[in-house]
Design a protein around this ligand. Sequence first.
Ligand code: MCN
Length: 757
Amino acid sequence: MIKGRLEDDRMLTGRGKYVSDWNLPGQAYGHFVRSDRAHADIVSLDVAAARAQPGVIAVITGEDIRAALKSLPCALPVKGRGGMELIHPGRPALAQGRVRFTGEPVALVVAQSAVAAQDAAELLNIEYRDRPALISAAEALKPDSPLVHDSVPGNIVLDYESGDDAGSKAAFAKAARTIELEVDISRVVGNPMEPRACLAHWDARAEMYHLYTCTQGAPIMRNQLSAVLGVPPEKIRVIAEEVGGGFGVRFNVYPEYCAALFAAKKLGRPVKWTGTRSEVFLADEQARGVRSRGALAVDSQGKILGMRFDMLADLGAYLAPTGPFINTIGIVNCLSGVYDVPAAYARIRLALTNTAPMAAYRGAGRPIMSYALERLVEHAAHELGLDPAEFRRRNFIRQFPYRIAAGFEYDSGDFEGVMKKALAAADWRGFAARKAESERRGKLRGRGMATYIEATGAGFAPQDQIELRWGGEGELTIYAPTHNHGQGHETTYAQLVSGVLGIPMETIRLRTAGPEFYLTGNATGGSRSLLAVGGVVYLGAQELVKKGMALAAEALEAAQADIEFAAGEYRIKGTDRRISIQQLAAKHPGAMDLAYANKFGACFPNGCHIAELEITPETGEAQIVSYVACDDAGNIINHQIVEGQLQGGIAQGAGQAFTELAVYDEAGQLLTGSFMDYAMPRPGEVAGLKLLEHPVPTKLNPLGAKGVGEAGVTGSLPALMNAVVDALRQAGVKHFEMPATPRRLWEALQAAHRKAA
Ligand code: MCN
């Protein structure tokens, strides 16, 4: 077991190179002028006063880019109900004629300094004619609602369905009981530590665009930029060293990057933009924001016969490249969870509103499904008078492979085994006594469970390419398409290679996106890096050993058949004549380098999370008192990193459950646009974490690993809110939505109290 991570030293001693640490000779600075209203026509836009300011080099507007830049891309590989195609109304890099959400970029001011650009931006004279703003997806559906885009009738870009409609209807017709629950999966802002930034450069000689930015993966960003810039991906380089957190909101191309690249080419000098926290709140992709009406059909033995969901997703004012995917396939890929359900069906309508575009946030659709389903299952158990663990146990899938109604196939799992371990660690049976003890102290104690499953691994790119290249001193560099922005890839990929090649981990380094190489593959997302790219790295290392056989035979003057490889050395069998792989690589510069590609697809990590919390009725404060998570992430490569990933994911679930909420007012102004109004989870929020492993290796990749990066949030969101609802139930509260802030909890308790009186 190694101590710490290879990347820690650099990160903790301030030697990481983040986007705003990059500088290029002759660079200018950009500042974006953003719409201060949610929905309006741009009547006129006068740049003269701003342009005349000292230090200002250019003011670029939507009209300037109209002919040069295409819409930001968005596509979906599936159709909707009745063959409906996704309607992509298009999204310009700078607003053209109309603004559709507060914070939308309208113009880019470029100046000699960032301050000069910001000052001049205030002199931009924009005349708007306001239009009525649509703030909620429910409102968007009303027949007389204003249209966000004239090309999208009824504000619905897609009416999607998945599963077995007729079968589930039949199941409901014959059910002994049907149980329904409507829940709101609240809207959140991703908030990585590093606000978005870019440095755009046009290399006129090579006719190439260079973009330094915070990205979860250069290859995807390059393809998306290619669609906007109208040049092949080979003409674009995306460069990122350190990225201060991704969490899904650094996956896609953003308008600002396209406008900055346009400006860099037009002006013949690099343009640097460093965003602020306010811009993160206003103009980063936001996520979740789905209303779900779910129903279970149950027979007299507590066996689930059918399941239906009707969801309404808010996609914001424009389609983010992955927004529709996340809110359709990303939700239904685990449609019926860990349960053996003969007929499940979901309808999801994707609506537009005058709010920031919506896409991925840690879990990317799966927490929406797990929340809707696990809240419903827990609610059903209470309605049926069954122990929530027993109700789940009766319905677990036990045979694999198992194909769910949405068409996806779970390859492996032991849901009952996972739950058993969690129940024991949480002392499930002792809850009544603990609850009574809390009551004596005047506290409401609640317990919540979630037996989640999620899909990890599928990627858009046809293959993941990697390269292994030796340096002169026997050091080996792994080049990979997935970006490492907190997940510890430098350590785990090095562990894999070191394990195969037998060379010290310290001699292995990872480069994920750099100007000097070019790989295709998938970005970091969908918790796929280890199982997919890690799998390719692992096989690549094995190929490298094979590749060295002929050279080793030559160096040792033996027949290749007599050579064996072990512990980093090629050896003539039965002798002590040997050469290390590092010596061999140094002897033959370039000859021992290797390019390798392969692709490994989706697999299904799962787990059982059990939370207990106490609510203080006088103040509404909720305090987690114990949290047990037992997860099946398949084979684990680095237990310490996996533990960290689970802790982070659980804390992010707690953030959404207890404090975070993006709120727009009726006019479409974001009321929660800073950390003063939008509360992130704090250290200590998730106390008493107990993490257990229950690995069931998958055969779908060479490592037997399942993804873990998003599991924590997928499990914790429903487990925590089930615990909140359980505590409130005792006080007569019938319905409660996230976030469980002290004020909202206190108000709910007061309202129930008044009603009872
Ligand atoms: N791992 C392991 N054994 C397993 C599974 C994973 O040792 N069976 C290790 C991997 O080698 C890797 C880490 O755990 O070091 C996470 O691996 P994986 O599950 O493959 O997830 P990714 O590396 O693809 O990370 C993506 C995932 C996503 S989608 C979001 S969002 C997210 C997350 O990871 N964003 C993060 N975790 C984050 N953590 C940090 N610090 N910052 C983010 O932005």
